[in-house]
Ligand binder design. Structure first.
Ligand code: S3P
Length: 182
């Protein structure tokens, strides 16, 4: 059965965590962030997990954490890792978790926001700008195919986006189930 969570997806630097915290406060719902759940479980930062155990291991943890979140009955705000929707298996779990909002961001915005960041192992390379473009392009379809709502976030403040999303969430709650998905 589909759960009632609000799930935030999008590339690194799209603002999932910041927005998730704001929404959690506004809507008085618990917020969970899959990266933080993985870090807690492993007792190690995401960058350390990538370095010591590799990306594949990290991806398996993402799938396990999605499964655990699906077991919970409370209504949550869930911020995913930027690469979580890449696995087909994960996309199916994500759809079951609830309404999915894709925070769409331009590559230039990602590069500006994450300049100097050392916590994103996939961007620790010679040409992070190029990497961002490639990954965004490769993932676009996965993000879009999941989305119940797509929001372009480049030129908006986190407060503005939180306001829009809170209204959207309230509206969705009042749509009778037989009206189906948008
Ligand atoms: C990743 C995004 C990161 C984190 C990991 C891998 C990705 O999460 O899960 O570094 O593949 O895009 P954020 O999107 O929260 O930065």
């Amino acid at each position: 059965m589909k759960r009632d969570n609000l799930v935030l997806t999008g590339f690194m630097g799209s603002g999932k965590t910041t927005l998730g915290l704001k929404l959690s406060y506004k809507l008085r719902r618990t917020m969970e962030d899959t990266d933080r759940l993985i870090e807690r479980r492993e007792g190690c930062a995401v960058s350390g997990i990538f370095a010591e155990k590799g990306e594949e291991y990290f991806r398996r943890l993402e799938t396990a954490v999605l499964g655990e979140l699906l077991e919970r009955k409370q209504k949550m705000i869930i911020a995913l890792g930027g690469g979580t929707p890449v696995r087909q298996e994960n996309r199916e779990l994500i759809r079951q978790l609830g309404q999915v909002v894709f925070l769409r961001v331009r590559p230039e915005t990602v590069c500006r926001r994450l300049k100097g960041d050392t916590g994103r192992p996939l961007l620790m390379c010679g040409n992070p700008q190029e990497r961002v473009r490639e990954l965004l392009e490769a993932r676009r379809e996965a993000y879009e195919s999941l989305a119940d709502l797509i929001l372009d976030v480049d030129d908006k403040s986190a407060d503005e986006i939180a306001e829009t999303l809170a209204e959207w969430a309230a509206f969705r709650e009042n749509v009778p189930p037989e009206a189906g998905r948008a």
